[in-house]
Design a protein around this ligand. Structure first.
Ligand SMILES: Nc1ncnc2c1ncn2[C@@H]1O[C@H](COP(=O)(O)OP(=O)(O)O)[C@@H](O)[C@H]1O
Ligand SMILES: [Mg+2]
Length: 306
């Protein structure tokens, strides 16, 4: 079986009647990094909660490595590591004790070699004797990851791992997660930072108002939905666009100094040379011409608006 996680027809309606998840179907491949991208309130934490046993699904089925999370709760929970969105990090315990204790909580026999390797992988080894409350924010996050990995899970959930974390630390976290993937762990992270999904994920799922509106390989997503834009910076501000150009659906900026033309980069007949010819014949001259590929951010905004 290639899937490590299978979610079928998952619905969650909270008490009070709010439907936070609407018929979600999602399959996660072994060893991938999957980013669940969506605005605040979209249902990301609810979805993770359902898989990890903190949120009871209203209907649907969830299998972790082939085991049903309801019938086989203990087994599936052992296969999962979770770094929750809200971290509790005010502990007087040392890093070493906390991580070893976590392992015991999941009924795993002590394995100091494994814990040592985990702390080393996360660059926490030097801090093993420090109490958690004395660590910096970034180090605390790493301790939470080490805790989540303590019982050797196959799947690691990171719920908004870098929310409120500065840019430097965020990059650091991305490196750590890539390194984790190399150890064979499947990683599912949620984020509302588009840049994060773009940077980290092999595949991206976009969730909005409880609906998973799309799952796609990152590169395919960029290729399929990405549009290209041609920007022509004019030598002189333009009064109005010449009539013969109306069919191109051009965009003139407020200062009337640049024309934008959106085109389909996958089509041979993108209209660019014809358009430029028309502009020259209309007496326009340009200072600069450049193209721009739409970012995941623009794709995301378009999708979520729809
Ligand atoms: N325990 C709860 N009871 C009622 N509504 C909830 C509860 N938890 C979350 N919600 C609502 O469900 C929606 C999705 O929340 P959540 O899964 O936390 O979103 P996200 O993690 O994407 O920000 C939100 O509108 C939130 O207010
Ligand atoms: Mg959340």
């Amino acid at each position: 079986m290639s899937e490590i996680l299978s979610i079928q027809n998952l619905n969650k309606t909270y008490e009070g009647g709010f439907q936070a998840l609407k018929n979600v179907n999602l399959f996660i491949n072994r060893g991938e990094i999957f980013a669940l991208l969506g605005p605040n309130g979209a249902g990301k934490t609810t979805l993770i909660g359902a898989v990890c046993g903190m949120v009871r699904p209203t209907s649907g089925q969830i299998l972790v490595d082939g085991h049903d999370i309801v019938q086989d709760f203990r087994r599936t929970r052992e296969l999962i590591g979770l770094v929750p969105q809200e971290l509790s990090t005010d502990s007087f315990e040392t890093v070493w004790d906390t991580v070893n204790f976590s392992r015991g909580l999941f009924g795993q026999p002590p394995n100091t070699d494994y814990v040592e390797a985990t702390l080393k992988n996360l660059s926490l080894w030097d801090k093993r004797k420090n109490t958690i409350r004395t660590l910096s924010g970034g180090m605390k996050r790493r301790v939470m990851i080490a805790k989540a990995l303590s019982h050797e899970p196959k799947v690691l959930f990171l719920d908004e791992p870098t929310a409120g974390v500065d840019v430097e630390l965020r990059k650091d976290m991305w490196d750590q997660v890539h390194a984790l993937q190399k150890t064979g762990v499947t990683i599912i992270l949620t984020t509302h930072y588009i840049e994060e999904a773009e940077e980290m994920a092999d595949r991206i799922g976009i969730i909005s108002k409880g609906e998973l509106i799309l799952t796609e390989c990152k590169s395919a997503l960029m290729r399929k939905l990405g549009r290209k834009e041609l920007v022509l910076d004019l030598a002189e501000p333009l009064g109005t666009l010449p009539d013969r150009l109306t069919k191109y659906k051009l965009d003139l900026n407020a200062e009337r100094t640049a024309i934008k033309y959106e085109f389909d980069s996958t089509s041979d007949d993108n209209g660019i040379s014809e358009l430029v010819g028309e502009l020259v014949r209309s007496g326009c001259s340009f200072k600069d011409i450049h193209t721009k590929q739409s970012s995941l951010e623009e794709i995301f905004i378009r999708l979520v608006k729809k």
